[in-house]
Design a protein around this ligand. Sequence first.
Ligand code: FES
Ligand code: FES
Length: 145
Amino acid sequence: MNVNGQKVSFHSPAQRLLDYLRDSLELTGAKEGCGMGECGACTVLVDGEPVCSCLVLVGQISNADVVTVEGLAGADGLHPVQQAIVDCHASQCGFCTPGVVVSTTALLARRPQPDETEVREALVGNLCRCTGYQAIFRAITSLGE
Ligand code: FES
Ligand code: FES
């Protein structure tokens, strides 16, 4: 498969994508919160769609294009979603932040100027224990201003 634009190979098809990314590729942006598809902390893009990497086995997605939060920033700095999170102080412990950033990136790819309902729907699978969500929503809506 491709991960952040690099061709990579795997040897354990039954390994969870989350473990493969974190343990084999040392891409530790995606976090394990629940391990059950409930919290969204492990969200990555698979062929452009946000998925919970704790629920996917690498053997299920051979040849896919995977993008993790590490793959979003460019040579000239943070991705605009990451910068908005920083600017709006929308991260506290930061555990949910990679998943929020990845889910938001997927939303903006299909809806460059989402309304508040669309933002809330896109993030329904991303739980945050710290911010109360208002700062996160403020960060995302600031992108369209
Ligand atoms: S760790 Fe995957 S959804 Fe919670
Ligand atoms: S910033 Fe701590 S869980 Fe969201």
